[in-house]
Design a protein around this ligand. Structure first.
Ligand code: C2E
Ligand code: MG
Ligand code: MG
Ligand code: MG
Length: 281
């Protein structure tokens, strides 16, 4: 997998899929300790308006700064955190931290927070969101929760109720990694997502002149428009890809070309520089 974390982060940690049961148990023990001892940090990646290229949001992306393993990317521990339900306390921390940080940004910038199915299906999820907003003083309209299609596989009714509750608060919901899960278009009728995030695989495909990928992006953009939803293209890495995506009519763009995930200090600095999003790359 391509280097997917911000500047200078290295990770020599073996993916858990290849780990033995013993290694997995050890990882679980250190993950449990990490949750208790606050070993996590959030990095923030800009999402820009496709036309103006101005930052409209930052997506919060969690990193585990482990004394034993170094910086561990979420691809290597989120699944285990979900299996062990450690994602519930970790997710509460992520929500609170992201809302508090967003409070330091200009009023028109949103924060996007990824939420796992295990977290969303907890009865306390709604209260966690209410608490994170209250503790930070962030307007609910500035919080966008990101979920993947997988939430509709496990318990679609509970997932939908849970999302409708936070929409009633004024928060918005984005559908992440669209097109890669067990898609059933039925739920697009039932839930008013504000944004559909077109998965990076389609963006890469379109850039390599795959007619199938182009057709799929075109169809998703058209469908989103008629459903009154916006689209964000994920994983845009070059000027050419940005241009292509703009021509395909996506509303927003996220990717290394406009900025890698960065520390909260770096993100704050972008607001001091005039029109500074280029410096993020
Ligand atoms: P995601 O939500 O789809 O996040 C986008 C991922 O794509 C991030 O990887 C980001 O660094 C990477 N990315 C962004 N732009 C580019 C690009 O131009 N090229 C390439 N190659 N990659 C790009 P990251 O941070 O490793 O996160 C991976 C996944 O882990 C996320 O996918 C999300 O599903 C999960 N995750 C991350 N943070 C959290 C969190 O706070 N809570 C939960 N539940 N899941 C999280
Ligand atoms: Mg996401
Ligand atoms: Mg995504
Ligand atoms: Mg993804």
């Amino acid at each position: 997998r391509a280097k997917d974390v911000g500047g200078g982060e290295h990770c020599r940690f073996e993916p858990e899929l290849h780990a033995t049961a013993e290694e997995r148990r050890r990882l679980e023990v250190s993950l449990r300790k990490a949750v208790l001892e606050d070993e996590f940090v959030l990095h923030y990646q800009p999402v820009v308006d496709a036309r103006s290229e101005e930052i409209v949001s930052f997506e919060a992306l969690v990193r585990w700064n482990s004394p034993e393993h170094g910086f561990v990317s979420p691809g290597k521990f989120i699944a285990l955190a979900e299996d062990t339900r450690l994602i519930v306390p970790l997710g509460q921390w992520i929500l609170r931290e992201a809302c508090r940080e967003a409070r330091a940004w200009p009023e028109d910038i949103k924060v996007n927070v990824n939420v796992s199915p295990e977290q969303l299906l907890e009865p306390e999820f709604h209260q966690d969101v209410v608490d994170a907003l209250a503790a930070s003083g962030l307007r609910p309209e500035r919080l966008e929760v990101e979920v993947t299609e997988s939430i509709f596989v496990r318990d679609a009714t509970t997932a939908r109720n849970s999302l409708e509750q936070i929409m009633a608060l004024g928060c918005s919901v984005a559908l992440d990694d669209f097109g890669t899960g067990y898609s059933s278009l039925g739920y697009l009728r039932k839930l008013r997502f504000s944004t559909i995030k077109v998965d990076r695989t389609f963006v890469q495909g379109a850039a390599q002149e795959s007619n199938e990928s182009l057709a799929i992006i075109n169809a998703v953009v058209a469908m989103a428009k008629s459903l009154d939803m916006t689209t964000t293209a994920e994983g845009v890495e070059t000027a050419e890809e940005a241009e292509l995506i703009r021509n395909l009519g996506c509303d927003k763009i996220q990717g290394f070309y406009f900025g890698r995930p960065m520390s909260k200090e770096e993100a704050r600095r972008l607001f001091c520089a005039d029109n500074g999003q280029r410096e993020a790359g």
